[in-house]
Design a binder for this molecule. Structure first.
Ligand SMILES: *[C@@H]1O[C@H](CO)[C@@H](O)[C@H](O)[C@H]1NC(C)=O
Ligand SMILES: *[C@@H]1O[C@H](CO)[C@@H](O)[C@H](O)[C@H]1NC(C)=O
Ligand SMILES: *[C@@H]1O[C@H](CO)[C@@H](O)[C@H](O)[C@H]1NC(C)=O
Ligand SMILES: *[C@@H]1O[C@H](CO)[C@@H](O)[C@H](O)[C@H]1NC(C)=O
Ligand SMILES: *[C@@H]1O[C@H](CO)[C@@H](O)[C@H](O)[C@H]1NC(C)=O
Ligand SMILES: *[C@@H]1O[C@H](CO)[C@@H](O)[C@H](O)[C@H]1NC(C)=O
Ligand SMILES: *[C@@H]1O[C@H](CO)[C@@H](O)[C@H](O)[C@H]1NC(C)=O
Ligand SMILES: *[C@@H]1O[C@H](CO)[C@@H](O)[C@H](O)[C@H]1NC(C)=O
Length: 342
């Protein structure tokens, strides 16, 4: 048997645990304040400097209710069940409005209104880091996007585009209510296909379901890249059958544009096209050159007769036929003259 005082102490202790558990439950669920005060809407997303309006209402009798806020506060009123927090130009970045109610039993209940204030950037600027002028194929460059005076940064996405293609995007993990400046970089290794391409960056604010459904978006100006690349023929040789009008075209894309030289000719030709009615069979080498390098291409001009044996066979046949004809003629003429002599 336990002494009675110990029993009483235990009983008391159990009661305390029970009570605190009950209190913790009530606090955790917040059931009381939710049922006492209703906010409409429950949270707001407002553009900096815009107007905003939120109703706080109750269905219980009270000794007074009001809004506490650094802008648009509503002093305690006793005779109303709906009070409106109203601001015509919201300019307080860290505003935290609270609607409260003083109950008949002198308890107070309150509810916080979550407010997101956003601001589209003053400017979105694209530039290159430590570089000016044309880029060179095969090298790396850094593009930079400066987003000025935007809020809130946790809802910002900076996107990079080349033409209409999304290249990369960046979001930010820090939570800052006030406007910030953000700089984002992109590493690019442009190739010849990128000559004349347009890069640009974009700042987008995704403010969730309560925010504008068309995400506020601001874009930089397009940044045109010029890429320098050396000439490179798609094939290094080309076979051409000799014809009445042979044309050898050595034209190849390059930036800056190539100059051309032809080996076969005694006189230098700067034209990429060699056009002649009297090109003998042989190899014609053309070299395209620009500031970055050179690339040669060989044109193999072949005789109309696909190979030498056919050519000589035809020549031989011709000779044989000619000889035969001449022989026949001579024999005939010789016989005829002999007969006439007899
Ligand atoms: C607030 O309540 C008033 C009166 O009922 C209503 O006219 C107004 O539209 C409500 N405003 C919002 C934001 O719900
Ligand atoms: C509430 O009381 C104030 C004065 O305290 C009065 O101006 C107002 O008209 C009253 N409103 C209602 C709905 O009774
Ligand atoms: C509100 O007051 C009552 C007494 O009227 C009290 O029993 C209760 O614990 C109080 N509620 C809170 C949440 O403080
Ligand atoms: C952002 O940049 C502007 C201009 O460069 C500057 O005036 C402003 O103070 C910067 N803001 C922050 C938050 O650093
Ligand atoms: C793309 O963005 C991610 C994170 O924002 C970054 O780690 C990565 O280096 C970027 N890629 C390029 C090619 O810049
Ligand atoms: C953007 O803002 C909304 C409204 O403030 C918020 O609910 C949401 O979580 C934010 N999104 C991100 C990715 O932080
Ligand atoms: C940014 O975009 C918004 C709409 O998305 C527009 O109202 C605003 O004028 C733009 N800001 C600048 C600096 O162009
Ligand atoms: C022409 O080039 C071809 C292939 O490059 C080679 O086989 C041939 O011997 C060359 N002919 C002459 C006359 O140089």
């Amino acid at each position: 048997m336990l002494p009675s005082n110990t029993y009483n102490m235990l009983h008391c202790f159990c009661g305390l645990v029970y009570l605190s558990a009950l209190l913790a439950f009530a606090t955790l669920t917040g059931a009381q304040s939710e049922s006492l005060l209703q906010l409409d809407p429950q949270r707001v997303v407002v553009r900096y400097g815009d107007s905003v309006e939120v109703n706080c209402s109750t269905s219980v009798l009270h000794k007074g209710m009001g809004w506490e806020a650094s802008q648009g506060g509503v002093s305690m009123t006793r005779n109303q069940s709906l009070i409106t927090w109203r601001v015509s130009e919201l300019t307080e970045w860290d505003i935290k409005p609270v609607c409260y109610i003083n109950l008949i039993d002198s308890n107070q209940s309150l509810v916080h209104l979550p407010v997101t204030i956003y601001k589209t950037p003053d400017s979105v600027f694209i530039s290159t880091v430590n570089h000016r002028g044309p880029m060179t194929e095969g090298q790396q460059y850094e593009l930079q996007c400066d987003v000025h005076n935007v809020a809130p940064v946790q809802n910002l996405t900076v996107k990079w585009y080349k033409g209409q293609t999304l290249l990369n995007q960046t979001t930010f993990t820090n939570t800052i209510e006030t406007p910030v400046n953000k700089t984002v970089t992109l590493l690019i290794g442009p190739d010849r296909a990128d000559d004349g391409a347009q890069y640009w960056c974009e700042a987008e604010l995704d403010l969730g379901a309560e925010g504008p459904q068309r995400h506020p978006t601001n874009s930089s100006k397009p940044f045109n890249v010029e890429v320098y690349y050396k000439p490179k023929h798609s094939s290094s040789t080309e076979t051409i059958i000799q014809d009445d009008k042979v044309m050898l075209d050595c034209t190849v894309k390059a930036n800056p544009a190539s100059t051309y030289t032809w080996d076969h000719l005694k006189e230098k030709s700067s034209s990429p096209v060699l056009k002649s009615s009297a090109l003998s069979p042989g190899n014609y080498t053309c070299t395209a050159t620009n500031t970055l390098g050179r690339d040669s291409k060989v044109f193999i001009v072949k005789s109309k007769y696909t190979d030498r044996t056919t050519f000589w066979a035809i020549v031989l046949t011709g000779v044989v036929v000619a000889v035969a004809l001449i022989a026949a003629y001579l024999i005939f003429k010789f016989r005829f003259s002999k007969n006439s002599v007899i």
